[in-house]
Design a protein around this ligand. Sequence first.
Ligand code: GAR
Length: 190
Amino acid sequence: MRVVILGSGRGSNAEAILAAQQAGRLGRARVVGIFSDQPTAGILALGPRFGVPAAFVDPAPFKTKLEGEGEARFIAAVKACAPDLVVLAGFMRVLKPGLLGAFAGKIINLHPSLLPSFPGLDAIGQAFRRGVKLTGCTVHAVTLEVDGGPILDQAPVRIEPGDTLESLTAKVHQAEHALLPAVIARLSKR
Ligand code: GAR
């Protein structure tokens, strides 16, 4: 199963996927490309480290969504990798019908809350401020509804009385780093 990863940030989840692959824990999945909408994103440094092609793709003209010329550039870059699965690992843009249609049924997203609770931005902060005792992370299929597609798996994280936003963030990331590679490995065995 050929996997392309899209991300905008430091890439700790992409790193967890690549580490799982190196350790033989990614089933039949193999990462064949990494693309970012941010030219200096940490995720791009994983390419040379793990021997995977990694590149910035210009997302212009929009700031928060991927549509028009930027979307066309992403479709072309991802298509060239002939992916069976496209993984959004911290890709902070709203996808539109062009890209969703080009890879229909093949796109999954990681979100740092137990959806449908706390969709959207700053999900960990939202959960922390709301005072819930249980949060976590979700991997779901991507549809036009932001953070709304069918849930594939979730991992819970307890918010303890002594937790700070920082400690909770670390715990959610730790849960993500286990969940996302496990879901990819499972999908690769279907
Ligand atoms: C992760 O916590 C992921 O759940 C979140 O961005 C972070 C990326 O971290 N995604 C979203 O909030 C999407 N709505 P990373 O770059 O270290 O993998």
